[in-house]
Design a protein around this ligand. Structure first.
Ligand SMILES: *Cc1c(COP(=O)(O)O)cnc(C)c1O
Length: 387
C-alpha cells in the first residue's frame, strides 16, 4: 500500500529534554551568548571525540573559513578538495582568494581518491580538505602520508560525522583541524552550529578569531571581577555559538548513541533490502570504518531503467517519499564551471555519480515501518520503469 502522508527527508529528532534545556537558559535570563553552556558543550564534545581541544562555532562553514585563515591560505595558494561536497567547502577558499583544485572521487564510496590527490599536488598546494562524505571517513592513512611527504596541512570536513570511526578512532581526534556541523538536518543539531576540534595552539588562535579578534570574551569581561579591557591583535570574525544553541547541543550530544542506534535500525533495513539489488546500488563502506550514516545514498543502475534520476525522484515524491541529492558536484555549479573552465566530464566519477545519486529519507525519528514504505516505493518505481 502506498503511503497516504508525505514522509519528510530528514526531520530533527527532538524531545522534551531539548525543550527543557533551551527553556532553562532563557528562564535563567543571565547570559544568552557564548558562556557557560557553550563551554560545557565544548568540553563534552572534546571528550566524546577524544580531541585535544574544541571550539563551538555558529556553523561548520564558519569553521572552514577560519581554517583557511589559520593555515594562511592566500591568493596563489591551492587547496585540494572533492567535487562531491556541499559547496561551502569550496566557497571558503574563494573567500580568502585561494584557488580550488579538485580531485575526483572513488566510484563506489564517492570519497576523494588519494591517487587523484597525488596527481593534483603542485608547488602551490597549501592544504587538502578531504570530506567524509555520508559520514564515512576518507582513506586518512594514505591522505596523511601524501600530505606529510609534501609538507601540506589537512583540514577535515567532518560535517557529516556524528559518531564516525576511522580505524577504531573517532573522527575529530586527529591532529588536523576537524569541522563538525550541527545544521538542522545533521545527525545531531543545534539549529545552526558547528564545532572545530584540533591541536591546542590552532584552536586557541581560532577562538580569538571567532570573536572579532578580541583577546578576552564578553562573558569573562562582564563577570564579577572581570575587566573591560581587551586588545585586538588581528581583525577577527563573528562566528561564536550562543548558549541557547549550546544547551540544545549538550542534550543532543548526550543522546548521540541513542540517536545513532535509532538511525542504524533504518540503515539496516535499507541495507538488507538493497544488498545485491538489480536497479540500485548503496554506497560501499570500507573495512575498518564506522559510518555515521548522515545520509543513505543509493546510486541508480541507469542501464536497467527507462527513467533518469530526476524522474525517479518525481516518482518517489508522487508516492509520498521525500528525497534529496548529495550533491550536484562543485565543478558543475555555474560560478566554478565558469571561473575554472570545468566541464561536467572533467571529473568523470563525480559527474557519473551526479546523474545517479539520491538520498533516501533517514532520521533518528523515522520508524522501520516508514523505511519499509520507502523500500516498497523504490521497488515499485523500479518495476514500473525497468528497461
Ligand atoms: C552541512 C555541511 C557543511 C556546512 O555546515 P554548516 O554548519 O551548515 O555551515 C559543510 N560541508 C558539508 C560536507 C556539509 O554537509
Amino acid at each position: 500500500m502506498p503511503r497516504d502522508t508525505f514522509l519528510p527527508f530528514a526531520p530533527p529528532c527532538l524531545g522534551e529534554a531539548e525543550v527543557a534545556a533551551v527553556t532553562e537558559v532563557l528562564r535563567a535570563g543571565t547570559w544568552l551568548s557564548s558562556g557557560p553552556k557553550t563551554k560545557e558543550f565544548e568540553d563534552k564534545f572534546q571528550a566524546r571525540v577524544q580531541a585535544k581541544a574544541a571550539l563551538a562555532l555558529n556553523s561548520a562553514t564558519a569553521g572552514l573559513h577560519l581554517s583557511m585563515v589559520l593555515h594562511e591560505v592566500k591568493p596563489g595558494d591551492e587547496v585540494i578538495t572533492t567535487p562531491m561536497t556541499f559547496v561551502a567547502t569550496a566557497n571558503v577558499v574563494e573567500h580568502v582568494g585561494g584557488t580550488n583544485v579538485l580531485a575526483d572521487v572513488e566510484p563506489d564510496t564517492l570519497l576523494i581518491d588519494p591517487a587523484q590527490i597525488e596527481r593534483a599536488i603542485t608547488k602551490k598546494t597549501k592544504l587538502i580538505t578531504p570530506v567524509h562524505y555520508g559520514g564515512q571517513a576518507c582513506d586518512m592513512e594514505r591522505i596523511e602520508k601524501i600530505a606529510k611527504s609534501s609538507g601540506i596541512a589537512i583540514v577535515e570536513d567532518a560535517a557529516h560525522c556524528g559518531p564516525s570511526l576511522v580505524n577504531g578512532k573517532p573522527v575529530g581526534s586527529s591532529s588536523n583541524i576537524n569541522l563538525f556541523s550541527f545544521y538542522a538536518n545533521k545527525n545531531m543539531t543545534t539549529g545552526e552550529g558547528g564545532m572545530m576540534t584540533g591541536p591546542v595552539d590552532l584552536i586557541d588562535r581560532a577562538r580569538v578569531l571567532a570573536l572579532h579578534g578580541m583577546t578576552r570574551n564578553a562573558w569573562n569581561r562582564y563577570a564579577k571581577g572581570g575587566t573591560w579591557k581587551y586588545d585586538v591583535p588581528e581583525p577577527g570574525y563573528k562566528y561564536n555559538l550562543t548558549d541557547i544553541a549550546a544547551a540544545l547541543g549538550v542534550v543532543q550530544l548526550g543522546r548521540l548513541d541513542e540517536l545513532y542506534a535509532l538511525r542504524m535500525k533504518i540503515v539496516d533495513t535499507y541495507e538488507r533490502a538493497f544488498a545485491g539489488h538489480k536497479f540500485v546500488t548503496p554506497l560501499k563502506i570500507r573495512k575498518g570504518n564506522q559510518s555515521s550514516y548522515h545520509i543513505y545514498v543509493i546510486q541508480l543502475n541507469l542501464d536497467t531503467l527507462k527513467i533518469g534520476r530526476d524522474e525517479f525522484i518525481v516518482q518517489l515524491n508522487e508516492r509520498n517519499i521525500g528525497t534529496s541529492v548529495h550533491y550536484t558536484p562543485v565543478h558543475m555549479m555555474s560560478y566554478y564551471a565558469k571561473k575554472y573552465g570545468w566541464k561536467p566530464e572533467t571529473f568523470p566519477n563525480a559527474f557519473k555519480a551526479s546523474e545517479r545519486v539520491l538520498s533516501l529519507p533517514l532520521s533518528s525519528k523515522q520508524t522501520v515501518r516508514e523505511a519499509e514504505d520507502v523500500i516498497e516505493a523504490v521497488n515499485d518505481v523500479c518495476a514500473k520503469f525497468k528497461r
